[in-house]
Design a protein around this ligand. Structure first.
Ligand SMILES: *[C@@H]1O[C@H](CO)[C@@H](O)[C@H](O)[C@H]1NC(C)=O
Ligand SMILES: *[C@@H]1O[C@H](CO)[C@@H](O)[C@H](O)[C@H]1NC(C)=O
Ligand SMILES: *[C@@H]1O[C@H](CO)[C@@H](O)[C@H](O)[C@H]1NC(C)=O
Length: 246
């Protein structure tokens, strides 16, 4: 398979208003790859850059053989279509909560699905996750970045089978995996809930010195909204509203 050389210009790199919490400044960051479409080899305490692309589900697949391609691959015409990309640089092996403010970005208006991705020659991408349509919005996700000897191998969504919202009438369990809010309960959509996206992030596997990432062990016990209570500095809008729900 041919590997496209210049990928970044093919994607409209809109950096959405995104916050990275619990990471802190790091002087020990030795990773100088800052593009989500570059190939990095990391060690513990490094930053690692990856992207999340928002588009329709079909926009992530090649048109002729329905293979899911990386958003860095120019054969996907994400730039011609309706899509958005957010870029993050969390610290490797730290559990983080990434947020994407949806006060003027409606995921459903660009197709309602998202894919996490990084790398070019060693490209990895998650399967598309449903975020929102005009009926339902999923606002909390857990993403696992799996490394082998410091190279990203895989990105996947960890689901908890709706355990965090079962029996809670504010939520609907979609496909037995995601707790969703009705979109018309979201702010700017007729309701009062801040449906900004929260992505709980964790790392598994090994770094380039073969040290094992530990954050995975902690995330085994994470549920869909587990981290929200930890962030007193997250705007009231998110923390307290979910504390009220659960
Ligand atoms: C169509 O599929 C072939 C074989 O997988 C691939 O090489 C080619 O790039 C594809 N073309 C487009 C436009 O996706
Ligand atoms: C999103 O932005 C709006 C407007 O600036 C703000 O009121 C709201 O608190 C923000 N939400 C989060 C989770 O930061
Ligand atoms: C919204 O998504 C849900 C879950 O995937 C689906 O059941 C429903 O039909 C969708 N509604 C619309 C209007 O697309």
């Amino acid at each position: 398979m041919a590997i496209p050389r210049h990928l970044i210009p093919t994607i409209p790199f809109f950096i959405l208003l995104s916050t990275l919490l619990l990471s802190g400044e790091s002087r020990s960051d030795t990773n100088n790859v800052f593009s989500p479409c570059g190939d990095a080899k990391v060690q513990r305490k490094d930053g690692f850059t990856f992207g999340i692309a928002f588009a329709s589900r079909t926009a992530f697949f090649s048109t002729n053989n329905s293979v899911q391609l990386s958003p860095c691959d120019h054969r996907l015409s994400l730039s011609n279509g309706n899509s958005q990309v957010a870029v993050f640089r969390p610290k490797v092996d730290e559990i983080s909560l990434l947020t994407i403010n949806t006060s003027n970005f409606f995921p459903d208006s660009v197709g309602g699905y998202m894919v996490a991705f990084a790398g070019r020659k060693y490209a990895a991408r998650s399967i598309p996750a449903f975020v929102a349509n005009s009926t339902y919005s999923v606002s909390s996700f857990t993403l696992v970045l799996e490394f082998k000897k410091g190279r990203l191998q895989n990105l996947y969504w960890k689901r908890d089978g709706c355990t965090s919202c079962s029996g809670n009438s504010n939520f609907v369990c979609l496909n037995n995996q995601d707790c969703a809010i009705r979109t018309n309960n979201c702010k700017n959509r007729g309701g009062s809930v801040d449906c900004s996206l929260g992505i709980q992030l964790t790392f598994s596997g090994t770094d380039k010195h073969n040290s094992v990432f530990n954050s995975w062990y902690e995330v085994q016990n994470l549920r869909q909204y587990s981290l929200y209570g930890l962030y007193s500095n997250l705007r009231d809008s998110l923390t307290s509203q979910y504390n009220n729900f659960f």
